[in-house]
Design a protein around this ligand. Structure first.
Ligand SMILES: [Zn+2]
Length: 313
């Protein structure tokens, strides 16, 4: 009896030892995983930071180059520069007569079907590079209306604006904050605030594109057509030489909820009315991946319909 119970005790002890060994093994294994994942994360973080720093220095060196290149032009007043800019790219269209066509239906009798692809609210690090690649592949240029606040989010965003500019696209001003309550309190344009935001955005863009950079084209957030009390701002635009530009076609990528590719194409087909001069509103900010997705199809469709692609100045 006694021997039997001792044997049982021994077996039990052995079993307990086994379980303890197994638990220790599991703890050791889990510990190894935790420690190694901490090391891996730290390594990647370090590399990302390193990459950002490298990109920042690329932007900085490019900015220096551009500034030197533009130093002769930086002596010009804003109005002089803006007028000079108009003559630089002969294929680019003056936004003034195009806006007159949009808002007053004053026709341009060159008989050409022209599509102006316009992208607002960027740059973004997610969508803008895709848009640039598609444009390059198709050998066409577009017009980008930049929001300063987006531009100043990261060195990568600045590099993307520089890429956009160097690819030969046109760069326009879409205000610094894009916040309706700042720009249009009570639905009325505040001329002082609006002009101040254009200046602020211009400075942000000049830091990237060089001190000589100016843009004469402006897109009002929400569209010039949407706001009351524009007279004073219009007058100030005329004094400086700024031109605003709205649109006469869109893909609905900023209307309500995010749209599927099919919904975007449907909205494009709805607003496409064989306009002789088509100013197509699109967005290249965060979350607009589907805009880049449908872009090749829109370009192909317009090419088939005999359109040439131009930028606005
Ligand atoms: Zn916008």
């Amino acid at each position: 009896m006694v021997e039997g119970s001792e044997l049982r005790m021994k077996r039990k002890r052995k079993k307990r030892m086994k379980i303890r060994k197994r638990i220790n093994g599991i703890i050791l294994f889990a510990g190894t995983i935790v420690v190694s994942s901490i090391f891996v994360t730290a390594y990647y973080r370090h590399n990302i930071v390193k990459r950002e720093v490298v990109q920042a220095s690329v932007v900085e060196s490019n900015v220096k180059q551009e500034t030197v290149g533009n130093s002769a032009q930086s002596n010009l007043s804003l109005t002089e520069f803006i007028n000079k800019e108009l003559t630089v790219d002969k294929t680019s269209y003056d936004a003034g007569p195009i806006q007159d066509f949009l808002s007053k239906n004053i026709k341009i009798d060159d008989g050409k079907k022209i599509a102006f692809l316009t992208f607002d609210d960027g740059p973004s690090t997610t969508v803008t590079p895709k848009v640039l690649e598609i444009l390059k592949k198709n050998d066409i240029k577009a017009t980008f209306f930049i929001v300063g606040k987006e531009l100043e989010k990261s060195p990568r965003a600045k590099q993307i604006l520089l890429d956009t500019y160097k690819d030969g696209n046109s760069i326009g001003n879409h205000t610094y904050t894009h916040i309706y309550n700042n720009l249009y309190p009570g639905g009325k344009v505040d001329p002082d605030k609006f002009m101040a935001e254009l200046d602020e955005n211009n400075s942000a863009m000049r830091k990237v594109l060089g001190e000589g950079f100016r843009s004469r084209i402006v897109r009002f957030p929400g569209g010039h057509m949407s706001w009351k009390g524009v007279d004073e701002t219009n007058k100030r635009f005329d004094d400086i030489g700024y031109k605003y530009i709205d649109w006469n076609g869109l893909i609905g990528d900023a209307e309500g909820k995010p749209k599927s590719k099919e919904q975007l194409l449907n909205r494009y087909r709805e607003t496409f009315k064989n306009q002789q001069k088509l100013v197509l509103l699109m967005h290249d900010t965060y979350g607009k991946e589907n805009t880049a997705e449908v872009l090749p199809e829109i370009i192909a469709d317009l090419k088939n319909k005999g359109y040439e692609f131009r930028t606005l100045k």
